[in-house]
Ligand binder design. Structure first.
Ligand code: A4P
Ligand code: MG
Length: 164
């Protein structure tokens, strides 16, 4: 079993429900089990397109799948939850990114592991720190050394009793 960290994001169709559903489907994947989950975080959309705020979280899976199989499984879950691939960086029902997969260091067309955005995104760094504070990321170094970007839009943890 190899650990794999999955970044989860949604900003359409009841994002909290979408993220909760994604955790369940990740746990139900053949060859993977959900081992830990972060809190949910809410933040303004990062990027050029004007769009609703996001809910983000990170899941830790233990898996026997290779990185390609894992990516295919993530895309099946995105499709199942109604993801439409339209605007790059645009609003989405569900985005699942393979952030880190064991010691894999892959740079192929359509598959980059670790995910290149990790070090620059509060909505990835904060939930990742919560469940894996000692993580060392292949090619990038220690998670604890990655600075939270003060210029990024503010981010807050979603409280349990809150709805969206
Ligand atoms: N791909 C390559 N490597 C990977 C990987 N490690 N994990 C390829 C997942 N996918 C990977 O992805 C495009 C292609 O990336 C896939 O076909 C796959 O082969 P996509 O999810 O279809 O497109 P995208 O998400 O629009 O593009 P991209 O570059 O993945 O965008 P990001 O980086 O996911 O950013 N603001 C907030 N607050 N929270 C967010 O979650 N997300 C985005 C999207 C923008 N702003 C945001 C958030
Ligand atoms: Mg993506």
């Amino acid at each position: 079993m190899t650990p794999a960290f999955i970044g989860i994001g949604s900003n359409l169709n009841d994002p909290i429900r979408q993220v909760e559903a994604a955790f369940e489907l990740l746990d139900a994947m053949d060859g993977a089990r959900l081992f830990a989950r972060s809190s949910l975080y809410r933040s303004e959309a990062l990027g050029p397109v004007d769009q609703p705020r996001y809910i983000n979280a990170v899941a830790l899976l233990h898996t026997t799948l290779d990185s390609r199989e894992l990516l295919n499984g993530l895309q099946d879950i995105e499709d199942f939850q109604g993801r439409k691939r339209e605007v790059r960086w645009g609003p989405r029902v569900l985005d699942l990114d393979l952030l880190v997969h064991g010691d894999q260091d892959i740079n192929e067309p359509g598959l980059k592991v670790p995910h290149p955005g990790i070090a620059y995104r509060n909505f990835v760094l904060l939930p990742l720190r919560e469940i894996a504070p000692d993580l060392v990321i292949p090619g990038l170094g220690r998670l604890e050394d990655m600075a939270i970007d003060e210029n990024e839009p503010p981010i807050s943890r979603v409280q349990d009793q809150e709805d969206c």
